[in-house]
Write a protein that binds this ligand. Structure first.
Ligand SMILES: [Zn+2]
Length: 326
């Protein structure tokens, strides 16, 4: 009896002591301010600007949010190194955190915090290791571009990271997750959930978006912060444009009558900014219009690091519309 009580007390004490053990390594909290502070700190000891570090970090975070083969990003940094990348491909100890061993085995792991260890679980070390990797070709944005290409081996990824870094540099902050509904709520408009429906023109394609019907000339607003990634005529979409947002989501606006002022490739936009006007352009050679009633075709695409895929924008449109009504 006494023995049993003694053991339950010991067990209770053990459980009570657990949280302190797991928290013994102090991790900074994951607010936008904390993230920016970490980027600035790392930029100060490397040749890589904070907004490039922020862009790489956010790009990798967005991948980990959608890919099942990568662990979720829980901490302050989104960058993920595989243990064998960190320790070095030929290193027999995949958990090695001795920076001299890692250098010997060509591991990417570095010590950014100055505690003598290259710790894959220390965000300062992880971000510093990435900054070192991006400095390999030398200083300056052109060399960083080459280093990004070396690391990711994909032009689209380099383009997305550079756009995102432009966004962070422009606004000088990383909390850019505000949204707007693409049509002013005071205008006449109507939309239904039509993503995935079959459509006729141009062969068998599924409908990769939501059609918002509105009058000719109704202003079309950016739904997010972002950079104009693509703009111009396309035989399907007519006058269309695409905006890449900080979550690495691509927002596609088609069948426009025309574009907003100063809207061109590379322009930085914010939510609510007028980027174009509702029309009925498309389904033919350049300038074709009037083949269907005027509407905004609005599509959303995610990128998984190798390919882009469409998902249903309808629930997002509903949420942004509701938010704006309040
Ligand atoms: Zn459509």
């Amino acid at each position: 009896m006494w023995k049993r009580m003694f053991f339950s007390i010991i067990t209770a004490l053990f459980i009570l002591s657990l949280p302190q053990w797991t928290n013994s390594k102090e991790q900074p909290t994951n607010t936008p301010e904390d993230r920016k502070a970490l980027y600035l700190k790392t930029a100060a000891i490397t040749d890589v600007p904070w907004y490039v570090l922020a862009a790489v970090d956010q790009y990798e975070r967005s991948l980990r949010n959608i890919r099942r083969d990568l662990p979720d990003a829980k901490g302050i940094t989104g960058i993920y190194f595989k243990p064998e990348q960190w320790a070095g491909p030929l290193n027999p100890n995949k958990k090695d955190n001795n920076r001299f061993h890692l250098a010997l085995f060509n591991g990417l792991g570095r010590d950014g915090s100055g505690d003598g260890l290259a710790d894959i679980n220390n965000p300062e070390d992880v971000l510093y290791a990435m900054a070192e990797r991006l400095s390999e070709r030398g200083p300056g944005i052109d060399n960083i571009k080459l280093a990004l290409w070396d690391y990711y081996q994909r032009g689209k990824t380099v383009e997305m990271i550079l756009q995102l870094s432009k966004l962070y540099q422009h606004f000088n902050r990383v909390d850019l997750d505000v949204h707007a509904f693409p049509i002013p709520l005071r205008m006449n408009y109507d939309y239904k959930s039509t993503w995935g429906a079959r459509r006729g023109w141009g062969g068998l394609r599924i409908h990769e978006g939501t059609d918002i019907f509105a009058d000719y000339g109704t202003p079309v607003k950016a739904t997010s912060y972002g950079v104009i990634e693509m703009i111009g005529w396309n035989k399907f979409g007519g006058w269309r444009l695409g905006i890449r947002d900080p979550q690495n989501i691509y927002h596609y606006y088609a069948h426009l009558r025309g574009y907003g002022r100063h809207i061109k490739k590379g322009t930085v936009v914010k939510p609510g900014q007028i980027i174009g006007y509702v029309g009925s352009s498309g389904y033919g050679p350049k300038g074709t219009q009037g083949k269907f009633p005027p509407h905004l075709h609005y599509g959303m695409y995610r990128d998984n690091g190798s390919t882009e895929f469409s998902f249903d924008p309808y629930p997002y449109l509903k949420a942004w519309e509701r938010q704006e009504r309040q």
